[in-house]
Every structure is written in structure tokens, then in C-alpha cells.
Write a protein that binds this ligand. Structure first.
Ligand SMILES: Cc1cc2nc3c(=O)[nH]c(=O)nc-3n(C[C@H](O)[C@H](O)[C@H](O)COP(=O)(O)OP(=O)(O)OC[C@H]3O[C@@H](n4cnc5c(N)ncnc54)[C@H](O)[C@@H]3O)c2cc1C
Ligand code: SF4
Length: 503
């Protein structure tokens, strides 16, 4: 087996690197822990399943949203409820696909606001790669025409205007026109957990492109350890068809996400004192209400529009920036079957039941604010004493939200409440627990030697032929969801590696 590059993980970060390097003529092996996804079967599992997490093949060694203790060993004040997929194409199968660029201030938190950390990059360094990433992912509102705001968005915008809040269509990696061999969005409102027609980008796109460019994929092959000799990483040990095997290559790219990448480094004895630290997410405040008249959710992507003006300002010295998203997918605790069940219990049946379900569901409003979190060393991934099914230590998680984030959660509740009130909505509920399941960052931060895990080229400070790609390298979490920046950094890293023959 004669590979020049081994990429661990086939999510958006890994598959973009594999594709770029294979296209540059390198012999690339992508090693992926999970199986390939059959879209039709996944849609069927989603339609028949109880929970969104039932959609994808689920192995024993991954987190489950409703059972946060099952895979993670929880050591924090609150349970860390992150979810991610272990399948070919990774978590983008499950994502919502909102793709904002970071702001310059997201990369300069220390110098502008005296909190967090500055990135070793400027926004200008990323801009060309953002443009390329928007083209690769097919971002509506950037590389493609924007999607239209929904009727519900327009009703929220009317109320929001009273307070000077501007509602705008958010960029999203979702085809607004047929593009890159994939169809335009049909508005079925199931983007997460799955787009039935592939209008939403998922990284199976770049896995396919990598294979077409000559890369090899080993799926259902979890990597269990990285092996070293004379200051270099020489091989990876993985489990393939029940056998433990080793594969070597002069260049290794670790793209296993912000939990699994540090876990592998720690378990392999390749960690430095910073590995696993500064775990971050984006805390989410969810609020729902019932509009006085139908606003017709469920007829578009789950989110099309939002409010971005709270991302930045001098307030970030003391509290977090946040983005408000307008949900077009109704209440988390009021999906149509749930509403029907409650109405049946109250004695509704037949046509009367149908009308009552329609009347309730068509008025459901949802607002979600995602607040940035600061990097704190005590929030971290380390190794548990308990082992996974392959004998590798499970991730131990220490995590708690800071006052900095919680104060903006409170501020977002005020914003949501004002909008609901102006709309004349009733049944307002601001969910108590700020959830953090989707966006991960930190744990292998980039920066200067002695203060971080990788440099600004994403190369390990200690292991010169090892690179880490993905949101693990973010020094701060920023006010945008992570994935467009993950893709931009992967493109930048792969371009640099493609130019250097030996690394
Ligand atoms: C519900 C939800 C909604 C989201 N919405 C958004 C959004 O709107 N916008 C946004 O920007 N982001 C969103 N995200 C986050 C986004 O999905 C992730 O940022 C992105 O998928 C990360 O890509 P990645 O390639 O770094 O990691 P992943 O996609 O997690 O891929 C890592 C891959 O590595 C594999 N792997 C792990 N360990 C090993 C091992 N030991 N050996 C071999 N393979 C291994 C995994 O199986 C996986 O396939 C959302 C996430 C969720 C769950
Ligand atoms: S609304 Fe439907 S078709 Fe459009 S991206 Fe979402 S799941 Fe796909």
C-alpha cells in the first residue's frame, strides 16, 4: 500500500483536502470510521423514526443527543449534548447549512475587546478561500442567487422593524438553482436531519470528487492510533474488517472533528499541553410562540432568514455576539403528530380534528439565537477511563457556559419576546436550557508554538508531517456557524500542501 497522503475523516474538512490533493496528482487514502449513506434508506429511516438521530447508521462509538452519558463521560456543570455523525461525508449530512463568513472582529477578539484570543490569520487571508468554498458548497446568497424570504419571515420582519431589527436572508449551502449536478431546493423543510434530494450540500459531494480524482476511500475503518518514529508520524493503526492493520504515508491529515481529533492525538501520545483544551460551541436559545393568524411554516428550508446585527459591537467586551434565526419548522414540542395526539386526547376527531391541527400548526413561530462562546482552558476533551467498543478511551468532557455567553442568552430572550409581543403572539415559551449540540470548535487551536497545537498553516508544532483540519483549530468560536470557515481553511491548507512536494 503505497500512499503519499492519509486523510483521517471524510467530512467536509477531510474530503476537500483529499479531493484537492488527489487532483494535484497525489496518491491519497481517505480513512473513514463510518459506512456510506444510502439517501433513500436514510429518508425512510427518518420518516419512520422517532427522532432525527435515527436517520443515519449509528455505531456504538458516537454521541446521542438524548443520551449524553452514553458515549461522553460528562464531567462538566451541564451535560455536553453535542451530536455528530460517523458516516462517509460526516456531519454535513445532518447540518442545516447556514454559511456566514466570519467577521474581522471574530478573528481579533483579544485586540478589539480584550477577551478570547486573536487568530494568527487576518480575514483578508481567508477571503479568497471563502469565495472558493462558497462556490464548492454552492452557497445561495453568495455563489448562487439567494433563496426567497418566506411569508413567515416577512411577518417576523414587519414586527422586528418596530425595534430597528433588520431581517435578512442568510447565505446557505443549499441550491437555489440546479447546480453542480444537484437539483434546486424544493422547500420540504427537512434539511436537518436530511435533504431527500441533495439540494442541500453534504460532503458526499467532495468524497465523490476525491474518488473521481483518483483517491481511495476505506469506509467502516476507524483509526485507533497514530504511530511515530524519529519525530515524525509514520503510520496509522486502524480496524478494517475486524483486523487491526497499519498503513503508512509521508503526510497525515487529521480531519476527525473537534472531539475525535484531540481524542486520537491524546490516545496516541501525540498531544501537547494544549490539546483538547478550549472546547467551544455556540449556545442556542430557542423560543416559540403561537401567532394570531396563520404564518405557514413547513413550506421552505427550516431557516431562510435571520437577524445578524447583534453579531458585533463594543458590547463584546462583556457579552457574546449572536445571530437570530427564524425557524420555518414549527415548535420542537409541537410537531403535527404531537399536536394531533393532544387534540385527540381532548376529544377532537374527523374533520374537526384535521381543521384544528391545521389551525394550530400553521400559526407556530420559532426563533433561535446562537451565541458565541469564549475559549476557556477548563472546557476540554480528555480521555476517560472507560473504553469504547475498540478499546480506545472514550471522550471525557468538562464543559460549562460562561457569564459572557449566558448574558447574551438573556439578551436574545428579550429580542425574541419583543418580536412575539409585537406580532400579538400567545403561548410564548423560552426554553430554559441553552443547548449546544451542533457547532463545535477549539481543542487543537492554531497559534504560536508553546501556546497552541498547530501553526497558521495547520501543521502540528511537534510533528512536522501531521496537519489538523476542521473547527478544532479555531482559536475562537466566532459569531458565524463554523463550516464555511472549516471549508475555507481546508482549501487553503490543501492548496499549500499541493504546492509542496515533500512535507
Ligand atoms: C444538527 C446540526 C446542524 C448544524 N448546522 C450547521 C449550520 O447550519 N452551519 C454550519 O456551519 N454548521 C452546522 N453544523 C456543524 C457542521 O455539521 C460541522 O461543522 C461540520 O460538519 C464539521 O465537518 P468536519 O469535516 O470538520 O467534521 P465531521 O463532519 O464530523 O467529519 C469527521 C469525520 O471523521 C470521521 N472520524 C472520526 N473519528 C475517526 C477515526 N478515529 N477514524 C476514522 N474516521 C473518523 C467521522 O466518522 C466523520 O465522518 C451543524 C451540525 C449539526 C449536528
Ligand atoms: S428545504 Fe427540502 S429540498 Fe430544500 S434543502 Fe431543505 S431538505 Fe432539501
Amino acid at each position: 500500500m503505497d500512499f503519499e497522503v492519509v486523510v483521517i475523516g471524510s467530512g467536509v474538512a477531510g474530503s476537500i483536502c483529499a479531493w484537492k490533493l488527489a487532483a494535484a496528482g497525489r496518491k491519497v487514502l481517505m480513512i473513514e470510521a463510518g459506512p456510506s449513506v444510502d439517501r433513500r434508506q436514510a429518508v425512510e429511516r427518518f420518516a419512520l423514526g422517532e427522532k432525527a438521530n435515527d436517520t443515519y447508521p449509528m455505531g456504538p462509538d458516537q454521541p446521542r443527543f438524548h443520551e449524553p452519558d452514553r458515549y461522553f463521560e460528562q464531567r462538566g456543570r451541564e451535560p455536553f449534548t453535542a451530536v455528530y455523525e460517523k458516516v462517509v461525508g460526516g456531519t454535513t449530512w445532518h447540518w442545516l447549512a447556514t454559511t456566514l463568513r466570519f467577521l474581522e472582529s471574530d478573528l481579533r477578539m483579544k485586540s478589539r475587546f480584550g477577551v478570547g484570543q486573536d487568530w494568527p490569520l487576518r480575514l483578508a487571508d481567508l477571503q479568497p478561500y471563502y469565495a472558493e468554498a462558497e462556490k464548492e458548497l454552492g452557497v445561495a446568497g453568495a455563489a448562487l442567487p439567494p433563496l426567497p424570504a418566506t411569508y413567515l419571515d416577512q411577518q417576523v420582519a414587519l414586527a422586528a422593524r418596530k425595534f430597528g431589527y433588520r431581517v435578512e436572508v442568510l447565505p446557505a449551502a443549499r441550491n437555489s438553482v440546479d447546480y453542480d449536478g444537484r437539483p434546486a431546493c424544493r422547500g420540504s423543510a427537512t434539511c436537518f436531519p436530511i435533504c431527500p434530494i441533495g439540494a442541500k450540500y453534504d460532503a458526499s459531494v467532495h468524497v465523490r470528487k476525491a474518488l473521481q480524482a483518483g483517491a481511495t476511500l476505506w469506509s467502516e475503518t476507524p483509526v485507533t492510533r497514530l504511530l511515530t518514529r524519529d519525530g515524525r508520524v509514520t503510520a496509522v493503526e486502524c480496524r478494517r474488517a475486524g483486523e487491526s492493520i497499519q498503513v503508512s504515508a509521508p503526510l497525515l491529515i487529521l480531519a476527525a472533528n473537534a472531539v475525535e481529533s484531540p481524542r486520537l492525538l491524546l490516545h496516541s501520545g501525540l498531544a501537547n499541553g494544549w490539546t483538547g483544551r478550549f472546547l467551544m460551541g455556540m449556545a442556542g436559545q430557542v423560543s416559540r410562540a403561537l401567532a394570531p393568524r396563520p404564518v405557514w411554516p413547513f413550506r421552505s428550508p427550516q431557516v431562510v432568514s435571520g437577524i445578524t446585527q447583534f453579531r458585533d459591537g463594543p458590547f463584546r467586551r462583556s457579552r457574546a455576539g449572536f445571530v437570530v434565526s427564524i425557524g420555518n419548522d414549527g415548535w420542537p414540542d409541537g410537531a403535527p403528530p404531537m399536536v394531533a395526539r393532544q387534540l385527540v386526547e381532548r376529544g377532537f376527531k374527523g374533520k374537526e380534528l384535521q381543521a384544528a391541527v391545521r389551525e394550530h400548526v400553521s400559526r407556530q413561530l420559532l426563533l433561535v439565537s446562537n451565541c458565541e462562546e469564549l475559549p476557556r482552558p477548563e472546557n476540554r476533551i480528555s480521555l476517560s477511563d472507560q473504553k469504547d467498543s475498540l478499546g480506545v478511551p472514550r471522550p471525557r468532557v468538562h464543559f460549562a457556559l460562561s457569564r459572557y455567553t449566558l448574558d447574551s442568552i438573556d439578551e436574545s430572550v428579550l429580542v425574541h419576546a419583543r418580536i412575539f409581543q409585537e406580532m400579538g403572539a400567545s403561548h410564548v415559551l423560552h426554553y430554559e436550557q441553552a443547548d449546544d449540540p451542533a457547532h463545535l470548535a477549539g481543542t487543537c487551536r492554531m497559534g504560536e508554538r508553546g501556546q497552541s497545537v498547530v501553526d497558521s498553516q495547520l501543521r502540528s508544532h511537534e510533528w512536522p508531517n501531521l496537519y489538523v483540519v476542521g473547527s478544532a483549530v479555531f482559536p475562537t468560536a466566532g459569531t458565524a456557524p463554523p463550516t464555511l470557515t472549516v471549508a475555507a481553511l481546508a482549501l487553503r491548507c490543501a492548496e499549500m500542501l499541493a504546492k509542496t512536494r515533500s512535507s
